[in-house]
Design a protein around this ligand. Structure first.
Ligand code: ATP
Ligand code: MG
Length: 394
């Protein structure tokens, strides 16, 4: 079947009044962005409180659906056949042709749901329902009408043209990116942080990202992998400004001065501080990490508290109550898993102690950090000044 348009269904909650147009404009913008990845030309527009994607000429149906399935805020995607209004007689023929092609088995229950946005149309919605219902029953002797729980809901919308649709392909839900400000994702090369970014972005939040690398202990390929992950996440979240921070000197300095079992916690505290610096500079309203309680020594309740203590912005940890298995499931769904499991060294793992503290004491950690007073400010300043910013798009 050749579809000419897609009717985009979106959730109605919380989008009344002025919010509604902000929501719809963001949705239209994100749809246009996502469709750049699909083969074809599209006209995305709002009409009478709805959002439509009109397909101009040839296009790739699968790619188009895949792209729309990545736009947060979309609840359902309805492929539409548009026919010219050439009188009711012709409409009955078009409807039978539509039903034949969509439902060749011809044995389902159905209901016709007409709607007129062009009120001059010579029949009422009720009349259209009855007449078309009769025509379908005549053409398909094994079909039956069921007004309560039909297998097929045939929507007939009378607009300038007449729109026929009956399928709803589920969208990802959530809110369009751009309706809820921006947040700074601490993006590593692992499985968790890309999923964390995806989840917060799903609520309408635009992403920026910070990655800490430690050349020459971590390679250029480890960095490329993080850029690849950012690209995959940006298919959902839109363009991501990725800050690549050279963390080597800070790590070496902590390694030199602080107890080794506290390395990871202290390092993570400096990561948060630097990420927060860029977050504030870029107007982000929070930080995002892929942490989950108890996953590793640096994610016990005590460790999370110690890391959290340096932040003044809220830290969003959408995976906090997830098991690894549940996180992997999402990473497979959003296609980041295969990239995440590529084996490249991570800056955290290079300097890890054999027996890291699992119940760090904040006062003791702060005491240890006093040993860094001499040079740490200068090192932080240099790390910030030498940060490379990459604009990542799919
Ligand atoms: P992930 O799978 O996301 O790498 P992880 O299980 O390896 O997570 P940790 O290494 O303890 O866990 O990191 C916890 C969180 O801290 C990560 O989810 C990420 O948000 C952040 N993080 C860790 N390492 C880095 C890094 N090199 N650059 C940026 N953020 C990082
Ligand atoms: Mg990691």
């Amino acid at each position: 079947m050749r579809f000419h348009s897609f009717l985009i269904k979106y959730g109605e909650i919380g989008i009344k009044g002025k919010n509604r147009y902000l929501f719809e404009d963001a949705l239209v913008r994100q749809i246009r962005f996502a469709l750049k990845e699909a083969d074809g030309e599209f006209y995305v527009h709002k009409a009478q409180g709805r959002v439509y994607v009109d397909c101009e000429g040839e296009y790739d149906y699968e790619e188009t659906i895949d792209a729309l399935k990545r736009v947060f805020g979309i609840v359902g995607i309805c492929p539409v056949v548009r026919v010219l209004d050439q009188g009711f007689e012709q409409l009955t023929k078009d409807v039978v042709a539509y039903m034949k092609e969509m439902y060749p088995e011809g044995n389902q229950t159905f209901k016709v749901e007409a709607r007129r946005s062009r009120k001059q149309y010579p029949m009422t919605s009720m009349e259209i329902n009855c007449e078309l219902g009769g025509v379908i029953l005549d053409a398909f002797p094994e079909m039956k009408v069921d007004v309560h729980n039909p297998d097929i809901r045939l929507n007939v919308e009378v607009r300038e043209e007449i729109y026929l649709y009956s399928e709803i392909i589920p969208g990802p839900g959530g809110m369009p990116v751009g309706t809820n400000g921006n947040a700074m994702l601490l993006l590593s090369g692992g499985i968790d942080s890309p999923v964390a970014g995806y989840m917060i972005s799903k609520r309408g939040v635009g992403l920026k990202a910070t990655y800490f690398h430690a050349p020459p202990y971590t390679s250029e390929r480890a960095k490329d992998k993080v850029v690849d992950l950012a690209k995959l996440v940006s298919r959902y979240a839109g363009p991501i400004e990725l800050h690549v921070v050279n963390f080597t000197d800070i790590q070496l300095y902590i390694y030199e001065k602080c107890p080794h079992e506290e390395l990871t916690i202290i390092m993570r505290r400096y990561m948060m501080k630097i990420a927060e610096h860029f977050a504030k500079e870029k107007g982000c309203l929070g930080l995002i990490t892929g942490e989950s309680i108890g996953q590793v020594a640096s994610q016990t309740m005590q460790s999370l508290a110690a890391t959290n203590a340096v932040c003044t912005l809220p830290v969003y940890r959408p995976l906090i109550g997830f098991d690894k298995r549940e996180i992997v499931e999402i990473s497979e769904k959003i296609d980041t898993y295969e990239t995440s499991i590529q084996p490249f060294e991570d800056c955290c793992t290079i300097f890890v102690a054999k027996h890291p503290v699992t119940k760090p004491n904040l006062e003791r950690i702060e005491k240890s950090e006093e040993k860094l007073t001499e040079k740490i400010d200068e090192l932080m300043k240099t790390a910030i000044e030498t940060t490379e910013v990459i604009l990542v798009k799919p």
